[in-house]
Each structure stands twice: as C-alpha cells, then as structure tokens.
Design a binder for this molecule. Sequence first.
Ligand SMILES: NC(=O)c1ccc[n+]([C@@H]2O[C@H](COP(=O)([O-])OP(=O)(O)OC[C@H]3O[C@@H](n4cnc5c(N)ncnc54)[C@H](OP(=O)(O)O)[C@@H]3O)[C@@H](O)[C@H]2O)c1
Length: 349
Amino acid sequence: MPNNFLIYGANGYTGELITRYAVERGMTPVLAGRNAIAVESLAKKHHLDYRVFSLDEGYLIDQSLQNVDAVLHCAGPFSLTSRPMVEACLRNKKHYTDITGEIAVFEKMARLDRQAQDAGIMIMPGVGFDVVPTDCLAKHLKDRLPTATHLTLAFYGMGRLSHGTQATMTMNVGQGGAIRKDGKITRVPAAWKTREIDFGEVTKLGVTIPWGDVATAWYSTGIPNIEVYTVVPAKQLKLIKLSRYLGWLLATAPIQQRLQRQIPAGGPSDDERAKGKTLLWGQAEDLNGNRVESRMTAPEGYTTTALAALNIMQKILDGNFTPGFQTPARAYGADLILEIDGVARQDVV
Ligand SMILES: NC(=O)c1ccc[n+]([C@@H]2O[C@H](COP(=O)([O-])OP(=O)(O)OC[C@H]3O[C@@H](n4cnc5c(N)ncnc54)[C@H](OP(=O)(O)O)[C@@H]3O)[C@@H](O)[C@H]2O)c1
C-alpha cells in the first residue's frame, strides 16, 4: 500500500497551512490543485510530489489517486467541489476527508454511506475546526447524559477569517439559518435566536448559525434536537438579521460577484494564529429535566483545523478507520480533540 495522502487545494490558505504542519511532523503528502504555478512552487518549497488537475478532469483525478490511500480535500466551497472528488475516491477505493462546514455537503456525504462501505473506504467530511471540537463536545455530553434529547453547542472564535471561509459564508448568505428539530434539519431565519453563553472566562451573546453540527451531531449522538450558537460583533448581528429580508438580493449573481471580489486573499498570520484561541460550550438535556454542561478551550480555529485534520489522516494511514460515512467523534470518540496540544475540557454541571 502507498501509505500516503493527497491534499487537494494545497495552494489555498488552509491547504498551505496543513501542508506546512504535515511536513513538520514528517508526513510527505502529494500536493494538488488546479493552479499549476502555485502548486508546483509550494511542492518545490517543501520537496514534495505534486499533481495539477481541475475537478472536471476525471481521468487525471483517477490517475493522481493511484499512489495514495486517502484525500484531504481543502478546496472549497465544498458544495461546488466535493462531488467529483468523493466520486473519484469511491471509484478508486481511497478514503475521503475534507474541511467542509456546509450542512448540505455533510448530508450528501451521509447518503454515500452504503457505497463507501461497499468500497471499504471511510468518508469523513468536516475534519477541521468545523466540526471536530464541537463534534467531540457533543459526543462527550451524550456520553455523560445518554438520555439526552436536546443539544446546544456554542463557540467563540477569536481571530480573523480566511479568504475561503468568507467566500463560503458569502455564497450561503441568502440561505438563512438551520437547526435540527425532532431529527430533521429545519430551516429557520438567519440569527433566529440569541442567548447569553457563559464560556467560563467570558460571557457573550451567542446567535444561532447553520453550523455543520446541525448535520453531524445527529450522526455522532442520535440527539434529535440541535442548535449551534456563535458570537458575532453587534454590527455583524444587525447585518445577519438584515439578510433575512435582503438575502435573496445578496444571493443574486451580480451582487455575489461583487461581494466575492472584495474578499481579501489569505487568512490570519502565524502570529495572529499563535495569539488566537477558541472557547466552546455545550449543554445536553433530557425530558426529565436532567442537564449536563461542559466547556472547552482550543487553539485558534485554523490551527485547530490543521492539527485535527492531520491527526485524523495519520489514523487513517495507520489503518485506523471505519468504512462508510463517519463523523470524527463517532469514529474516534469524544477524546479525539484532546490529542491536540492546548485543548482543555471541563465539566461544569
Ligand atoms: N472546517 C473548517 O473549520 C474550515 C477551516 C478552514 C477552511 N475551511 C473551508 O475550506 C475552504 C478553503 O478555505 P481557504 O481559506 O483555504 O480558501 P482559499 O485560500 O480561498 O483557497 C481555496 C483553494 O481551493 C481551490 N479551489 C476553489 N474552488 C475550486 C474549484 N472549483 N476547483 C478547484 N479548486 C478550487 C483554490 O484554487 P485556486 O487557487 O486555483 O483558485 C485554492 O487552492 C473554504 O470552503 C472554507 O470555508 C473550513
């Protein structure tokens, strides 16, 4: 077996960061992407093998997967890019991972469960900050309260967003919010609910967002009612609420093109990442009024993304995987996140 993996979108902000961390820990991923100059120069810098192909070149994708066991797909928005890559992984019997946070993508991947089992491969979307920390927190809360029927998760990320994250958020701006209700993903207005969240070192106003856990925590815990909150500045909260009425307009092609052009390239610097951190909080309740609550601190979001994705990839390469569609915590347990330096978890109630 080749015992190696391919990073697609390696020249993007997150792909490049993951590449750097991978090399630091002695991994030798094959780098890939559609931009020949950028991919080649990154590969040369790190003395790595590389492949250049776009996602509509099925034959080249197949060829490029021959010498690897797994893919770490870093080219988003994944609602536009995941399908050709996961189909190639199924065809070639290679494990598929990505760093999506998009609910629709998780749900599409979940529907490939049987095909992945038949191919003997694992499909695990969301191996980054979205959703590894919150997925592990969800599983931890479920382990603490097996009768839980309601799950509330929240995170407070202190740091700048990358180009791709902003591009993906901008693309989805017209879609409103989402929660899981009675086991079903249910559309709600943008910024549907707000609540005070006690993160331990600070209390902040949280607002509901359509975060990946609305999809994944259901598979990891079976809890049928899920809401996810994050903290946004007051000015941004007003804009999100405004998108309830103007979302359709913001989603039109000319406005999208304009908004997408204004997003700056790159993401947080190494220094910003080193100074940043994330706070997480979660609560599970059952119908008898039992309640458990836990908190977590983790490194800055993009650092956590790179470390979580590589920890999972290393397990896959070591033969530690479960065929089919998987979520991080379902496959590797609630303590997966504790393998990252700087992560701490505390049970409050
Ligand atoms: N789960 C998480 O916590 C997490 C963390 C970080 C990022 N993300 C997500 O990851 C994605 C990338 O973010 P980023 O900031 O790294 O983005 P970025 O800096 O804009 O880089 C995007 C990369 O994807 C490639 N790409 C985009 N569309 C493509 C397409 N249609 N076909 C082939 N390649 C394509 C780009 O290639 P070109 O250079 O050729 O355009 C580039 O290599 C975003 O969707 C973001 O939301 C998620």
